[in-house]
Design a protein around this ligand. Structure first.
Ligand SMILES: [Zn+2]
Length: 347
């Protein structure tokens, strides 16, 4: 069996899985690029008493679509690959619960991203994008995040901060934890070599994901734990590398595995399901949107551990008192878009 910490193997099986999916939603060769993110798991296979290493969720995406946020509940605002990936992983867990598979068969979880997540690059003070933005909006440089290219302001946490949250509270999120019975922690993080700068500093990333504050630890959550962080230097594929001649694609590809191992894919365009006309959007929402996920969680007949949901809430309240999560966008600031509140810019 392969060692899951092998960064090259994680990059290889992630790319292989991407190439096997259909063309729809993928960047156009030569004119577009995107970011790839996957969850690779070691899963117990009871049929032949072995362990399978496989991609259970895969996403692509680089943009936020916040402009019509207030008028549409079928819109997925944050289409960065990492953010979509958590939604796809929830779908994977729901599928396993629906088909009666034991969630304890999922043994090791590796998060792969084809480049450094947004929010990682703040230390490059000389980045012209950062400086232009900072002076224009009078924002704190350390709080400004900008992926390559230019786009609308989006009041969402950076992918790095989202990952930091998942490290502490699990990838299953709040809505599922009463059913999963435990948090699903990330054991390893592997970063590919498709970013612009090409500089990879393990200590920098470790420092950024770490918490210096002493947080109250509630039962069941590992606050001081950090995954192993690795860089996959060989992972450098044309469709994930930005260049002056290429645009960030507006489409996203989302895939998750069902309980019996089939791949389900969903293609989004500008935050909506591809191919659905405007008047049908409220009836034909993406399966990874919150309302579909909540609907399907409600249909599951599993034993509920409501105490865990309460612990999750309490732990998140505590985490937000820590510096790392102190500027997390509140629901109110998402609605008012106050320029003094949140300092996250996506493209
Ligand atoms: Zn991002």
């Amino acid at each position: 069996m392969c060692d899951l910490y092998e960064d090259k193997q994680i990059g290889d099986i992630s790319y292989h899985c991407f190439t096997k999916l259909g063309k729809s939603g993928k960047p156009k060769p030569k004119s577009e690029y995107t970011v790839l993110a996957t969850i690779v798991c070691n899963v117990k296979n009871h049929t032949n008493d072995s362990i399978d290493t496989k991609v259970v969720a895969l996403t692509t995406g680089t943009k936020c679509f916040a402009s019509n946020e207030s008028s549409s509940d079928d819109l997925i605002v944050d289409n960065h690959a990492e953010s979509l990936l958590k939604r796809a992983f929830k779908r994977y867990l729901i599928c396993r619960l629906q088909s009666g598979h034991n969630l304890d068969d999922i043994q090791t979880i590796t998060l792969f991203v084809s480049q450094l997540p947004c929010g990682s690059l703040q230390r490059w003070k000389g980045d012209p994008d950062l400086e232009a933005n900072s002076s224009k909006s009078n924002r704190h440089l350390s709080d400004v995040c900008r992926k390559p290219g230019r786009g609308v302001t989006c009041y969402r946490a950076t992918c790095l901060k989202k990952i930091a949250k998942w490290i502490r509270l699990g990838l299953q999120g709040k809505a599922l934890i009463a059913l999963t019975g435990r948090p699903f922690y990330i054991n390893n993080i592997v970063i590919g070599n498709c970013g612009q700068s090409g500089e990879y500093d393990q200590q920098m990333l470790t420092n950024m994901l770490s918490m210096t504050d002493i947080c109250t630890v509630y039962n069941g959550f590992q606050m001081n734990y950090l995954p192993k962080i690795k860089f996959c230097h060989d992972f450098r594929y044309e469709c994930f590398i930005k260049s002056d001649a290429k645009y960030a694609t507006s489409t996203s590809l989302v895939m998750w595995l069902t309980g019996d191992g089939h791949k389900v894919t969903e293609v989004l365009t500008e935050g909506h399901k591809l191919g659905v006309i405007v008047k049908n959007r409220s009836r034909n929402k993406p399966l990874i949107c919150d309302s579909c996920i909540h609907r399907d969680i409600g249909l599951l007949s599993c034993e509920l551990n409501d105490k865990l949901t309460e612990e999750y809430n309490n732990q998140w309240i505590e985490l937000k008192k820590c510096k790392l999560f102190g500027d997390w966008p509140s629901v109110q600031s998402l609605n008012t878009s106050s320029s003094n509140d949140i300092h996250v810019i996506y493209t």
